[in-house]
Design a protein around this ligand. Sequence first.
Ligand code: ZN
Length: 197
Amino acid sequence: MPDARTHDIITVATGVILAPLTYSYASGQMLLAHTDAMTTTLWLVGAHLVSGIMFSPDLDLDSAIDNRWGLFFWIWRPYMWLIPHRHFWSHSLIFAPLLRLAYFYVVVTSGLFIWVWLLGWLGVFVDNFPVLFYYTLRDLLAANPRVTLAVLFGFCTGSAAHTIADWLVTGGRRVVRRVGVRVVRDYSRHDRSIHRH
Ligand SMILES: [Zn+2]
């Protein structure tokens, strides 16, 4: 499989291609004014980049990706343990990125619950952050349906650029092998990289 750096380059390159396409669709087909078309484009391309770089499908294996989360790398540990490597669950076009988003939401909310509970245990009573967080997010999404759609779409394309690149490399290697050429470049290290913290 392409390594993390190659995937990053693919993410940025596809993002650069996606920007004018989104803008022309938003202003041409959706008839949005310049500012609205720009906002939609920025959200979509932003989500594409964040999805490919921070929420990469390769979070399912012990690789360099969760190091990018710094102190918060542990968020992805249960994901890594639960999700089979390079499977439908992490490497599919629509289901996998949405599952990562849902997983992230559940972990953040659970973290907030634990925080509120700990503070309560220490005698400090604060507002119910997880519930507040839920309502704020819900209202924000409901008030901005176009941005919500753009973010979800970009999140899926960011993940798709990775998954399709993986498929192409796997398929390409198979074809090359079938015509009798030995593949010299070895990507297997990518799947076995050692975790360092
Ligand atoms: Zn991958």
